[in-house]
Design a protein around this ligand. Structure first.
Ligand SMILES: Cc1cc2nc3c(=O)[nH]c(=O)nc-3n(C[C@H](O)[C@H](O)[C@H](O)COP(=O)(O)OP(=O)(O)OC[C@H]3O[C@@H](n4cnc5c(N)ncnc54)[C@H](O)[C@@H]3O)c2cc1C
Length: 449
């Protein structure tokens, strides 16, 4: 049986950042990933742009996630941080998907980490308060792997939950999750025509309250609107998407847009039957959206659908019950914690599980909240750390911490913590959080302590 200091299940942005951070301080790391590349939602579901690295104008996500962007910028695979013209945040960060796949892999391998692709977690073997080993499934059948410390970066908390960690799912009152979205990329969009339409029809874009000049402030368009045309298409029965408007972001490639508009309600990403249903419904909604845009929106007449990715996008499913559970109040009052491991300025952003609307709760301009280490660990298991969108948070708080720069920063911290626990042969609950913070600072993370 192969043995490692740390096994990370899930090679999304949080798992990859964890792997790089841990390997850079000497841990022997294996990342297990069910697809044949890294990046999770960023590369499998076509999520983009990354948002946000900033709180107001200050960059509060730094460290390895920021280094990733610097490397992509140097290679022309990201335009870097640009002004957000939808108004969620201060900045958005577009990137090329192929560049993202390559760079994440290179950074992990350069740091000394290993990756095993096309492999899924099949079983967790627990003895008392420890995970003893895991069984994986791939083209070679079933086999076992062992590590001192395990990191769950699956997004759905598969490893933690299968090991017996208590969890919550969706909204507290009824368990309903944020809708899934099948993102669709369209190329060959005439951006000049599209921008003209926005300027000539401000009534279609209530967001701008009559002044559409903001869209000229950024080298890539991001917008939400087309509300009247969308409503009419719904009334004609051409659109069945339970959403009020069309949300789009021009990608790193001028003239290519990412549509974040489909909405699949009532499905569960941890139930493969339900997930399959969501993929089918997502594709149907993408077809409707493509026809709507080509027929009614100037600039899309000659555009073509390019890509919807190998997986539908999942915003949230299970949250582990950790030693501390982050709440909306912690976020909105900018609660500070002694064991802080990351900050973020991304607001609470809930795509309604009931459809039809999107709820936001923003911090004051420039405000940032803190994420404590205790949201990554449990009372249940001494050798498990959880990173990414499934850490211990309420439904509303998860809707803030889930975006990619933030979960990248969380991943980096989780990787360092795992490495400390492995090196010192100690329980993850007992690592010295001051030492963790110092190593984070050495790895150029941003921390206010
Ligand atoms: C529709 C949509 C739009 C979004 N828009 C934005 C946006 O504009 N900007 C932004 O920054 N964020 C956005 N987000 C949020 C963001 O994409 C995710 O929250 C983030 O990518 C989560 O990262 P993660 O590493 O926690 O998990 P994931 O990205 O989900 O990665 C988990 C990884 O684990 C692997 N895995 C899972 N289970 C197993 C298993 N059992 N065995 C082996 N491997 C496994 C998966 O294949 C995957 O690679 C959006 C999300 C969605 C769904």
């Amino acid at each position: 049986m192969r043995r490692y200091d740390i096994i990370i299940v899930g090679g999304g942005i949080s798992g990859t950042m964890a792997g790089i951070a841990a390997s850079r301080i000497g841990a022997q790391v294996l990342v297990i990933e069910s697809y044949g590349f890294l990046g999770g939602m960023l590369t499998t579901a076509g999520v983009g742009p990354m948002m946000t690295f900033h709180a107001g104008e200050k960059q509060v996500i730094q460290g390895i996630t920021s280094e990733l962007i610097n490397r992509l910028v140097a290679k022309g695979q990201s335009i870097g941080h640009i002004f957000d013209t939808v108004g969620y945040t201060y900045s958005l960060t577009p990137f090329d998907i192929e560049g993202m796949k390559q760079e994440l892999e290179m950074m992990l391998l350069e740091s000394g980490g290993q990756v095993l692709y096309h492999t899924m977690l099949a079983k967790v073997h627990r003895e008392g308060a420890k995970i003893e080993k895991i069984t994986i499934c791939n083209k070679a059948g079933l086999s076992d792997l062992e590590a001192k410390i395990y990191i769950d970066a699956t997004g759905d908390a598969d490893l933690a939950v299968w090991a017996g960690v208590p969890y919550t799912k969706g909204r507290e009152k009824d368990g309903a999750a944020q809708p899934m979205t099948m993102k669709m990329r369209m190329g060959n969009v005439d951006m000049a025509q599209l921008k003209n339409f926005i300027h000539e029809h401000p009534e279609e874009f209530p967001l701008y309250q009559g002044d559409t000049s903001i869209i000229e402030k950024s080298p890539r368009l991001s917008t939400a609107g087309f509300v009247k045309k969308f409503q009419k298409a719904k009334e004609r029965g051409e659109i069945s998407i339970p959403r009020e408007d069309v949300l789009l972001f021009e990608s790193n490639t001028p003239g290519e847009v990412i549509l974040n508009t489909t909405r699949i309600l009532g499905c569960d990403s941890t139930d493969p039957w339900s997930l399959s249903k969501a993929e089918i419904e997502g594709r149907k909604q993408c077809r409707e959206l493509e026809l709507f845009l080509k027929k009614y929106i100037p600039g899309f007449k000659n555009a073509n659908a390019l890509y919807s990715g190998p997986s539908i996008g999942v915003r949230g499913s299970r949250q582990i019950q950790g030693i501390y559970t982050l709440t909306a109040k912690d976020i909105l009052t900018m609660q500070t914690f002694d064991d802080v491991i990351a900050h973020s300025g991304y607001p609470i952003d809930i795509h309604s599980p009931d459809g039809g609307h999107t709820d936001h709760a923003k911090l004051e301009w420039g405000g940032m909240y803190s994420i404590p280490y205790r949201t990554l660990i449990t009372h249940e298991l001494d050798n498990l750390i959880v990173v990414g969108r499934c850490i211990s948070a309420t439904f509303e708080a998860q809707a803030a911490i889930r975006t990619t720069p933030t979960v990248g920063a969380i991943g980096q911290a989780g990787g360092i913590a795992a490495s400390l626990a492995a090196k010192k042969d100690t329980r993850v609950q007992q690592i010295d959080t001051t030492e963790l913070q110092n190593i984070l600072l050495q790895q150029k993370a941003y921390l206010e302590i």
